[in-house]
Design a protein around this ligand. Structure first.
Ligand SMILES: O=C[C@H](O)COP(=O)(O)O
Length: 257
């Protein structure tokens, strides 16, 4: 069965009330989306309510992170999985490289990210789990080692086979995020296909076949169509361009792919 493309817009820490409303309007007036595209946007938490209430029904909403605790409690600054579920949000993002690095604070480890992902899955949420290497790792020829044996291995250790049906893996090379440098289709395809083969071996061939592996890193409408022709690229996680009308063109770029 063909995998449906997942196109995610990660708004990161961007937006004012005014331009969030304007962005929602652009998306709402963006016309019909391709049948083979599923669209999710992840606004900053403070805008979740307004986006959820005003965005077109065929765009789902996601948080950009999730706490590791299932239940509400004394966790200042966190959103917990049961709270997100109760609020009616269906998706969460985990393990974005910006959270792994930590903005000058303690970053999130692969084990913590896997733990958070599992908690979210157990609460019935869908999870976009991010992985990806830095430029130094790529230049040292250690991309697959890091992505598979560290990032993916932590998920493997923590998730059960049934969990993978609500998982999307987002491969985001850190050197391509926000830099304008996109991985070439060949570079992205090489890693995506290695991830799928690894999942086939370590989890099951059926899970590997149905798993959506999306690419993130300077995706724009000008490169989306070509990336979408790669057999193991099942969509995109878009940062900068998801804040612009270009996001609608990225969604439409997967038409017929
Ligand atoms: O989550 C999205 C990625 O970090 C990609 O960001 P970017 O499209 O601005 O490069």
């Amino acid at each position: 069965m063909a995998r449906k493309f997942l196109i995610g817009g990660n708004w990161k820490c961007n937006g004012t009330r005014e331009n969030v409303a304007a962005l929602v309007e652009v998306l709402n007036e963006g016309g019909e989306f391709p049948d083979n595209a599923e669209v999710v946007v992840a606004p900053p938490s403070i805008f979740l309510q307004t986006v959820k209430d005003t965005i077109r029904p065929d765009i789902k909403v996601s948080t950009q992170n999730v706490g590791k605790n299932v239940r509400p409690g004394a966790y200042t600054g966190e959103l917990c999985a049961s709270m997100i579920k109760d609020f009616g949000v269906e998706w969460v993002i985990t393990g974005h490289s910006e959270r792994r690095v930590g903005f000058g604070c303690a970053g999130e480890s692969s084990d913590l990210i896997a733990e958070k992902s599992k908690v979210a899955l157990d609460c019935g949420l869908n999870v976009i789990m991010c992985i990806g290497e830095s430029l130094a790792v790529r230049e040292a020829n250690q991309t697959l080692e890091l992505v598979l044996e560290d990032h993916m291995a932590a998920f493997l250790k923590t998730l059960e086979e049934a969990d993978w049906s609500r998982v999307v893996v987002a491969y985001e090379p850190v050197w391509a995020i926000g830099t304008g440098v996109t991985a070439s289709p060949a570079q992205a395809q090489e890693v995506h296909s290695a991830i799928r083969a690894w999942v086939g071996e370590k989890v099951s061939p059926a899970v590997a076949e149905s798993l959506r592996i999306i690419y993130g890193g300077s995706v724009k409408s000008s490169n989306a169509a070509e990336l979408a022709t790669c057999p193991d690229i099942d969509g995109f996680l878009v940062g900068g361009a998801s804040l612009k009308p270009d996001f609608v063109d990225i969604i439409k770029a997967v038409e017929g792919k």
